[in-house]
Design a protein around this ligand. Structure first.
Ligand SMILES: [Zn+2]
Length: 202
């Protein structure tokens, strides 16, 4: 597989600041727990590269709190591992965030999905070779030509939402991002449970 993960491809405007929204960070940690324990969020140890990320709507309308870049390897997260995404431009390939860490390299993908529907309250991105192989082109699947963390990936999710079952399944496989899957939900519980149920079905 190709390790194309863990580095930020968009232009990042990061305002380093103390953590905010401690209750949301706690909630993220509690739902990240089973994902981390299952190895769905974690680290490619031989490469020292963390994978997987998780976010929840939070703060002002349109904003969301997301795990920081390269936090996949952290066993137990706290507020110091999350960043508030405050603004973005997909066309401009730009993300603004505020917090103790820079937002995940996949923050732009999350932003694009939140834009699709105000009811989408949380997003989970995991890595699993088993689930990826099993559900590639079974679940809605992004184009193999589109890499993670790019405006093209953001647009791919818009396309899936418009043209496929993604709106209903709330689950997708990223063909151009080895082992990558994504889910969303009205709540964090919903988004996380979708992935965990998939694992049971695999
Ligand atoms: Zn990934």
């Amino acid at each position: 597989m190709t390790i194309d993960e863990g580095y930020i491809k968009y232009q990042s405007f990061w305002t380093k600041a103390p953590a905010t929204h401690p209750a949301a960070a706690e909630k993220l940690e509690s739902w990240r727990r089973p994902l981390f324990d299952a190895g769905l969020i974690g680290e490619y140890k031989e490469y020292g590269i963390g994978y997987g990320n998780i976010s929840i709507r939070c703060g002002e309308p349109g904003q969301f709190l997301i795990s920081g870049t390269q936090t996949g390897n952290v066993a137990t997260t706290d507020r110091a591992h999350y960043s508030l995404v405050t603004a973005w431009g997909i066309h401009a390939n730009r993300v603004c965030c505020v917090g103790p860490v820079q937002a995940s390299s996949e923050a732009m993908t999350h932003a694009a999905i939140y834009e699709l529907d105000l009811n989408i309250g949380a997003i989970v991105h995991v890595h699993s070779e088993v689930l990826w192989q099993r559900f590639l082109n079974v679940l809605p699947t992004t184009s193999p030509d589109v890499a993670y963390g790019t405006p093209e990936m953001a647009n791919e999710f818009r396309r899936l939402y418009r043209d496929t079952d993604f709106r209903k399944s709330a689950l997708a496989v990223m063909a151009g991002h080895d082992e990558g899957l994504l889910s969303f939900g009205d709540t964090l519980e919903e988004a996380t449970t979708r992935i965990l149920n998939l694992q049971e079905a695999a």
